[in-house]
Write a protein that binds this ligand. Structure first.
Ligand SMILES: Cc1cc2nc3c(=O)[nH]c(=O)nc-3n(C[C@H](O)[C@H](O)[C@H](O)COP(=O)(O)OP(=O)(O)OC[C@H]3O[C@@H](n4cnc5c(N)ncnc54)[C@H](O)[C@@H]3O)c2cc1C
Length: 241
């Protein structure tokens, strides 16, 4: 019989850029091949202002395919309920840790004090407001209690020789999982347009805060690696081309 490991409660998300081949030049290169053929490679860096203008034009007129010739691979740790939303984004490649092949670690999400707890407004356009200290304590206490009970059940079934894939069914959606996800900039912009709430958007979205916490970290890497594309994305209402 193995000893029950100590439960860990987290309120943050991990996003690490593992690998990237992503530059604004790749967008310009791909776009110019349609008019300049094989000479494009030499002309990519000729005129920065022209490149900026071209990227902006592509974004504005939604010529999307030049934004596909690049790649971002992220390692993400987030609760399973976030992964459920994340994996709805089909234009990406995923590999996630397995609850069948390894024992799940007792790492659970609990909302931090800055997480707004009260939902107001109409469906599809909710606003969230701070919870009272009593509401926060209630959430915190219930999350911890349920996770402890669920993990104890999980362990007792494992200890009794029940298969991991069966025992895991009692674990809650706030259990952390981990995955690699690879996307290109076009798909990433689609993801960011839907999974961040911003005022300067043409089509405002109202994502769950926890997936937005992941998206914000991905966005920072996108901005760092493809600053012209990122600027054009924002200047054109954060609409994926
Ligand atoms: C705020 C919010 C609330 C949501 N609520 C719900 C909900 O209540 N229930 C629910 O089920 N989902 C919900 N979703 C998920 C949503 O419907 C999408 O599945 C998710 O956002 C992925 O978007 P996507 O299809 O554009 O992304 P991707 O799958 O990455 O696709 C990118 C683009 O590729 C194209 N594409 C991909 N696959 C196809 C296809 N099969 N046919 C045609 N074009 C395709 C589309 O142009 C698409 O925009 C919600 C999403 C958000 C942001």
């Amino acid at each position: 019989m193995s000893a029950t490991p100590e439960l860990i409660f987290r309120s943050d998300m991990t996003v690490e850029l593992v690998r990237a081949a992503a530059r604004d030049e790749d967008v310009v290169f791909a776009a110019r091949v349609s008019t300049a053929g094989e000479q494009t490679l030499e002309t990519v860096n000729d005129d920065a202002a022209q490149s900026t203008g071209l990227i902006n034009f592509l974004m504005r007129d939604r010529h999307g395919s030049p934004f596909e010739h690049n790649s971002f691979t992220f390692y993400v740790q987030a609760p399973i309920f976030v992964f459920r939303e994340f994996m709805r984004h089909r234009i990406a490649s995923y590999n996630e840790e397995s609850g069948r092949y390894r024992e799940m670690r007792p790492v659970f999400y609990v909302p931090g004090p800055e997480r707004k707890l009260k939902q107001v407004g109409k469906a599809g356009a909710y606003r969230f407001e701070d919870g009272t200290p009593e509401q926060f304590a209630l959430v915190d206490e219930n999350v911890r209690e349920v996770c402890a009970a669920a993990f104890e059940s999980y362990q007792s079934m494992l200890n009794a020789g029940v298969a991991r894939e069966v025992a895991r069914i009692v674990l809650p959606l706030n259990l952390y999982s981990s995955m690699y996800v690879t996307m290109n900039a076009r798909s990433l912009m689609n993801f960011l347009s839907l999974r961040t709430a911003r005022e300067n958007t043409k089509f405002p979205s109202f994502p769950q805060r926890e997936i937005e916490m992941v998206a914000e970290q991905m966005e920072a890497e996108f901005e760092r690696l493809m600053p012209l594309t990122y600027a054009a994305f924002n200047a054109n209402g954060r609409v994926a081309p």
